[in-house]
Design a binder for this molecule. Structure first.
Ligand code: MSP
Length: 514
């Protein structure tokens, strides 16, 4: 059985979750659910990044201790993911002992390898970014992302010999037969990384002498580990690095590490170099998706346009939120979202296309067939075959869309089936067949119900509860598909004679447009 280990970034515990975080977590959840569905041995990790100056500052502003502060924030994240039906297998917090032990073990190894040395660092540090910046990064003396001046740091630190890995990383990225080969996607991001690598790499400071809120270095407890080094290691400490060797060997390397473009450098350069330093392979794929704005504006506290996952879940429900976030613009590019367009697409694609298809089908089976699913007797027409072929295409679009992180392709394939089925209703006019041709009526209604069963199966990774609700209408088990996905995806799974729900309620009640 193939294994699939997928991760999201661990989000900063300096504030509550927003829909930027939800975007990555939903995308990762769709991957995890799909891989489980097709039978892969899957492990899905997410968590929170709890150390560093940024979190310490937030705790101070809230008049509390960093630990009490991150405890509260971690609860918010867990709750948000529950509300969005995120099916992570683990949730790591960087203040957990299992993580702290793993970080120290990893750093000791890097130290033994001679990749860490002591030196003096003086530089400008942006607390918001948790990284050193250069004069060129600033606009009018301020960090353009956080609109705050950086702080001048000068202290004795420990450094990682990142510069040593320049050629190793270039080879690992370019040569598929290299033992350290890894992939950065989309291609534009890979080129960006290769371009920067070509220019050269500087060693990076990996500790702080003046910051108490962090993990002490194993070889010098007066210094704490740089928050990014600490955070990146979550991907191995969560799966038992040096703590549970069989578990670690089972899952590492990660198959897919999802991030956004803002943290590409850390994941595509620093992280692989750290792994290679201790003799571990880099992740197989690092995929950096784009950033979205809301109504054309960057999401920011100052603008007051930060949306929480709960606001969307309250308005649209968890499943529709998941669907809407991933169908608004292509994954991998930047985009814009707005409540206006969410509501419009909710009404058009969910309430109308899918919701009505289900409603019409159930009510016709109830009205014309006493609620019992008829058998597909009589001859097959070209239209019947066309519907079946739309179902086959939906599953191939689903598979290739998910595997290439092209969620629009996957959803588009499924909606082509939904639309084909709606057109099939019009073409066959079951209301007329009810008077003229009962046999043909039976086949048409069977085919519609069967299309819906397949739609329910295909949307399961995106909209797990909706998938289950559709199955319930036909009295079939939602998990049925899971036992053998490729069998379940074949046409003809529904058994004639089953009783459908006599009183269906709409899947997606229509919303007022704004
Ligand atoms: N703690 C670090 C990550 C450490 S991982 C070893 C961090 N945290 S963060 O809270 O700032 O999260 C950044 C991530 O949140 C992005 O990479 C992306 O996954 C997600 N997003 C935050 N805002 C977003 C948008 N506006 N659009 C898309 N993704 C967004 O960086």
């Amino acid at each position: 059985m193939p294994k699939f280990y997928i991760t999201t970034p661990i989000y900063y515990a300096n504030d509550v979750p927003h829909i930027g975080h939800a975007y990555t977590s939903i995308a990762a959840d769709v991957q995890a659910r799909y891989h489980r569905l097709v039978g892969d041995d899957t492990f899905f990790l997410t968590g929170v990044d709890e150390h560093g100056a940024k979190v310490e500052e937030a705790a101070r502003l809230h008049d509390t201790t960093p630990q009490a502060y991150v405890d509260a924030i971690a609860t918010h994240f867990r709750q948000a993911w529950r509300e969005l039906n995120i099916s992570n297998d683990d949730f790591i917090r960087t203040t957990e002992p299992r993580h702290e032990r793993g970080v120290q073990a990893f750093l000791s190894k890097m130290y033994e390898r001679g990749d860490i040395y002591r030196g003096v660092y003086e530089g400008l540090y942006c607390v918001g970014c948790e990284k050193y910046v250069t004069e060129e990064d600033l606009v009018d003396g301020l960090c353009p992302l956080h609109l705050k001046p950086p702080v001048l740091y000068s202290e004795e630190n420990y450094f990682f010999r990142l510069s040593k890995y320049q050629d190793t990383l270039i080879r690992a990225l370019q040569d598929e037969s290299d033992p350290n080969h890894y992939v950065v996607e989309p291609a534009a991001r890979r080129n960006e990384v290769l371009g920067k690598l070509g220019v050269g790499l500087s060693d990076i400071s990996i500790s702080r002498a003046s910051l108490g809120w962090g993990i002490p270095l194993p070889f010098d407890p007066d210094q704490t580990t740089y928050v990014w080094v600490d955070a990146l290691l979550n991907y191995v400490t969560a799966i038992g690095y040096l703590d549970d060797v069989p578990k670690f060997q089972h899952w590492w390397p990660a198959n897919l590490q999802l991030i956004a473009k803002d943290i590409l450098w850390f994941h595509a350069i620093i992280w692989p170099a750290m792994l290679i330093s201790v003799g571990l392979p880099p992740p197989r794929v690092v995929f950096a998706h784009g950033y979205f704005t809301i109504g054309g504006q960057k999401m920011s506290k100052t603008l007051g346009n930060v949306l929480s996952p709960r606001e969307l879940v309250d308005k649209y429900g968890a499943d529709a939120t998941r669907y809407l976030m991933l169908s608004e613009f292509p994954f991998g590019t930047d985009g814009d979202i707005s409540l206006r367009s969410f509501t419009a697409r909710y009404n058009a694609n969910l309430a109308n296309d899918l919701g009505n298809l289900l409603n019409r089908t159930l009510s016709m089976i109830n009205r014309y067939c006493g609620g019992l699913l008829p058998a597909p007797d009589g001859d097959e027409t070209a239209g019947d075959r066309d519907l079946q072929s739309a179902a086959r295409s939906a599953f191939s679009a689903l598979d290739s869309g998910i595997r290439s992180l092209d969620y629009l392709q996957a959803l588009d394939g499924i909606w082509q089936l939904v639309n084909r089925a709606n057109k099939y209703v019009e073409e066959n006019a079951p209301w007329a067949l009810a008077k003229s041709d009962r046999q043909r009526l039976g086949r048409v209604l069977y085919n519609l119900a069967e299309s819906l069963r397949l739609v329910a199966l295909a949307i399961a990774p995106f909209m797990p509860s909706t998938s289950a609700r559709i199955c319930e209408q036909f009295g079939i088990e939602a998990e049925a598909g899971r036992r053998d996905f490729s069998m379940a995806a074949q046409w003809g799974g529904l058994k004639p004679g089953i009783r459908v729900n006599p009183k269906p309620t709409p899947l997606f009640p229509r919303l007022d447009t704004e």
